[in-house]
Write a protein that binds this ligand. Structure first.
Ligand SMILES: Nc1ncnc2c1ncn2[C@@H]1O[C@H](COP(=O)(O)OP(=O)(O)OP(=O)(O)O)[C@@H](O)[C@H]1O
Length: 853
């Protein structure tokens, strides 16, 4: 964020929270209404002012400090005159109602009555000071950059004081001394103020940056737009707002705030803006009351009191500093405020100093308290759970009220030593209070910078006590620091700018004040109105004698008076309390549709109705003509339908396109799945290939085994035939008939031992063929001697024997190669089995760990 943006003020609506804080001004005792008309004995320069003040408020139960307010019954002619305001015509009302906010702003409708003329003070039109919007001379162009400026501010995020610096044009004395200005204000940068090159008497060569620099040619309209309008609008929305001017004497504070009849200042423009806001807010009702006080030589004086010079005292209330007994006057129109300001201005302490023929010798606070509520019955009820300022839960029917104050403060100028003794004494007090203000601001700035601050000296002057609630963050603040362009005042101007810089560092925490407050004056008035209406209705029903009728009249007057105090977009245009039209309460339809123009004159409405009827007749003719044309028209494809068809076709294309785009993701998913499956397929194919290899090798095995089996079969057959031979041999051996037919068996030591009958052959059988035979040294051998066998098996069934040796292979084994022998299966063994194990191992290697395999 750049320095300029930092310097800007935040929008006041950023933290719209409901607060329970309420106004700090306490009203005065009820004696006001009975007091004689206002006169002033303070201002020796001004004539006494005897104009009666409008609607002074008084506490319901009396006593200083009470916050209960009530308008006294205006039953006396004097009281009645206070309520009367001159009416304006119906046409003017309509024009007012039709004007937009911006219209009203760009053409402020009032100007302030200034103080009486003195030799070097030349306002004109003093009595006609409150000019109409159409006649005052502010140029519309001077307002042109307000919106741009406000838009810029709306972007900021932190709450700060809005600080503007206004450089006034040089006065004749300054022009004589040095016609140039010590300040330069670059056109391209409305935030930058620099000392002109070559300015003597100071070492200050820094750039000064503020929210707005207002060069000498800026008029009050521009100042209002840039430095006050936001605050006035915020006050209307429930934020407390303070606008004050600060600067050395004769630097232009009063000119900025009050202005002249030709160039109204911030106060009259603000008042005008307030009323224009009410006119353009038909859904809310308002109650405005004004107070005006001055702080002179550390004494607070009520400028609106019926007792001139009435001194006020401050006290510490629950919610801050309270001004006890301050007069508040209900105002219903700009004219009402004009009267108040004029009477207050007349009483203000002014005096000629060496620098200013009409110097303000006091600090002045003009304050408007604004109460408002919704007029819409649907939304005016406070939400369930809302609380009153006292903390109690709202009762049924309680309504939310916004209560805020707009304070505009004209500080007395900081003083140099003057030639007058009296001025010097005043100056001492003024300087003392301004010094305290500076100190307080500096402490608050330190606090905002999180420096250690133990004490903020609010109590050191009445000015800082008056401002305490606002300065401690309760309000939105705008300060206009005024400086002279002359080198004669350079030191003072730099001191003012330093003060302004301190202000920029103060942090504000203003909150919208929207509460359920049974003590809100607007609420009390509404209650009283309802009560009076009920009483009057009852009396009407029962008739009554003369005295009662008089009482009723008084009650009706009071009712009308109260109703006139509650300002709406309708009755604020018609300030005459006797204008019954303005007094009629809004109908339910009006309440429901507040934006409809119910109050337009009937002649206008009739005119409009007539125009509408003509227009309707024309339209009916046109419809008839078109119908006739349609009836005679040949049936051809309706162009519109063709167009619509084309449009449908186009839309279809678009829809197809959308569909394609929409299907794109699913296509991608499908491609992914397909790829996944393809990968899996490939793996399975690989596995299948491996299985095929394995199967081939199995086939090979089978083939090999089959061959082996065949070979074995052949050998078995051979063995069988040999067994037959053996059996034959045995049969022969056992045959007693022909011993010579036996084959000769070669002699061996072993056989000799075993077969003493040499003429008989010996049979040797290896154990490979019979596991049941006894083992001897790894190889069992059965040697049969024919002679022994003859003896042993003489009784044996040959068939049994044949069974026993039927599966044996026979290897001939006889002495000298003549004998017969039975041996194992030869060297080939189980070659097939070996092959199978090897293939199975190889196959497992190919398949890996795949479960699917
Ligand atoms: N911007 C301006 N344009 C034209 N005239 C101005 C401007 N500012 C001030 N003046 C004139 O300068 C004179 C002094 O101004 P003003 O009374 O407003 O000063 P001040 O700061 O209020 O002084 P003090 O503190 O003594 O009351 C007045 O005659 C006023 O009309």
């Amino acid at each position: 964020m750049d320095a300029h943006a930092r310097a800007r003020m935040p929008p006041p609506h950023q933290t719209p929270k409901v607060s329970t804080r309420s106004t700090l001004f306490a009203p005065k005792t009820p004696s006001h209404m009975k007091s004689p008309p206002l006169t002033t004995s303070h201002n020796s320069n001004t004539p006494h002012h005897s104009e009666p003040l409008p609607n002074i408020l008084s506490p319901k139960e009396g006593g200083a400090g009470s916050t209960r307010l009530k308008i006294k019954s205006a039953t006396t002619p004097e009281a009645k005159s206070r309520l009367l305001v001159k009416p304006i015509g119906a046409r003017a009302q309509v024009q007012h109602a039709q004007r937009t906010n911006s219209d009203l702003l760009s053409t402020p409708s009032v100007t302030l009555v200034n103080r009486p003329t003195t030799p070097n003070y030349a306002p004109t039109l003093a009595d006609e000071g409150w000019m109409s919007a159409d006649t005052h001379p502010i140029e519309a162009s001077s307002m042109m950059d307000f919106d741009e400026y406000e838009n810029g501010m709306a972007e900021t995020e932190t709450e700060a004081v809005l600080v503007s610096v206004r450089v006034r044009p040089p006065n004749p004395v300054e022009l004589r001394s040095d016609p140039g200005s010590v300040w330069t204000m670059p056109e391209h940068d409305p935030h930058l103020l620099k000392l002109a090159k070559g300015t003597e008497g100071t070492r200050e060569d820094r750039d000064w940056i503020f929210d707005r620099i207002l060069p000498p040619h800026s008029d009050n309209g521009k100042v209002y737009g840039t430095s006050a309008r936001r605050h006035v609008r915020s006050a209307m929305e429930g934020y407390n707002a303070v606008i004050f001017a600060y600067g050395q004497t004769a630097s232009g504070k009063t000119h900025t705030l009050s202005g002249s009849s030709m160039e109204p200042g911030i106060i009259p423009l603000a008042i005008s803006d307030l009323f224009s806001q009410i006119r353009s807010t038909p859904d809310r009702e308002f109650l405005l009351r004004a107070s005006y006080l001055e702080l002179y030589n550390e004494t607070i004086i009520d400028l609106l009191s019926t007792v001139p010079g009435a001194e006020l005292h401050l006290s510490e209330g629950k919610k801050g500093v309270v001004i006890n007994g301050l007069t508040e006057v209900a105002v219903r129109s700009e004219a009402d405020v004009k009267k108040l300001l004029r009477s207050g201005e007349d009483r203000r302490k002014v005096g000629a100093t060496d620098w200013n023929a009409r110097s303000s010798r006091s600090h002045c606070v003009f304050r408007i308290t604004i109460e408002s509520r919704s007029r819409n019955p649907a939304i005016e009820e406070a939400p369930i759970g809302a609380r009153t300022p006292g903390g109690r839960l709202k009762a049924a029917g309680d309504k939310m009220t916004r209560i805020s104050t707009l304070s505009i403060i004209d500080l007395a100028g900081s003083e140099k030593h003057t030639s007058s003794k009296e001025r010097n004494a005043e100056g001492k007090h003024i300087n003392q209070s301004l010094l305290t203000l500076k100190l307080v601001i500096s402490k608050l700035a330190d606090l905002a910078s999180k420096r250690n601050v133990t004490h903020v000296p609010y109590r050191d002057s009445k000015l800082t006590r008056l401002l305490q609630n606002s300065l401690s963050g309760d309000a939105l603040i705008s300060v206009i620091c005024t400086v002279s362009p002359s080198s004669l005042n350079l030191a003072e101007s730099i001191s003012t700018l330093a003060f302004a810089q301190g202000l920029k560092r103060v942090v504000l925490k203003a909150q919208k004040k929207e509460v359920v407050d049974p003590h809100a004056l607007i609420q009390q008035y509404q209650n009283e109105i309802a009560e009076l209406r009920a009483q009057l209705r009852e009396k009407e029903m029962h008739g009554g004698n003369k005295t009662e009728r008089e009482k009723n009249e008084a009650m009706e007057k009071r009712l009308n008076e109260l109703k006139s105090m509650i300002l709406t977009s309708v009755n604020v245009n018609s300030p005459n309390p006797e204008d019954n039209a303005a007094m009629i309460p809004p109908s339910p339809a009006k309440m429901r549709y507040p934006k409809l123009e119910y109050d337009r004159p009937s002649a206008e409405l009739l005119e409009e109705l007539h125009a509408e009827q003509l227009h309707r007749a024309e339209l009916e003719d046109e419809v008839a003509r078109l119908k006739a044309e349609l009836a005679t028209r040949p049936l051809e494809p309706n162009k519109e339908i063709v167009e619509l068809r084309n449009e449908v076709a186009e839309l279809r294309l678009i829809a197809d396109d959308y569909e394609r785009h929409l299907l794109e993701p699913s296509r991608k998913v499908r491609a992914d799945v397909e790829k996944e499956f393809a990968d899996k397929m490939k793996t399975l194919e690989n596995q299948l290939d491996s299985k095929k290899i394995w199967a081939n090798r199995l086939d090979e095995n089978v083939r090999f085994i089959t061959q082996e089996n065949k070979a074995l079969e052949a050998r078995c057959l051979e063995a069988e035939s040999k067994v037959h031979q053996i059996i034959e041999f045995i049969n022969l051996a056992l045959s007693p008939t022909d011993p010579d037919a036996l084959l000769p068996i070669p002699e061996s030591e072993e056989v000799r031992e075993l077969s003493p009958e040499r003429e008989l052959p010996t049979l040797v059988v290896s154990d490979d063929f019979s596991p049941s035979l006894p083992s001897s040294g790894g190889k069992s051998t059965l040697t049969l001697s024919a002679s022994k066998m003859r003896a042993t098996f003489s009784q044996m069934d040959l068939a049994n024997f044949n069974d026993k040796f039927g599966t044996l292979t026979v290897s001939g084994k006889g002495k000298g190669g003549k004998g017969l022998g039975i041996g194992g299966m030869g060297g080939s063994g189980w070659g097939g089995k070996m092959l199978r194990e090897e293939s199975s191992f190889a196959l497992a290697e190919v398949a890996g760990d795949d479960d699917d395999f």
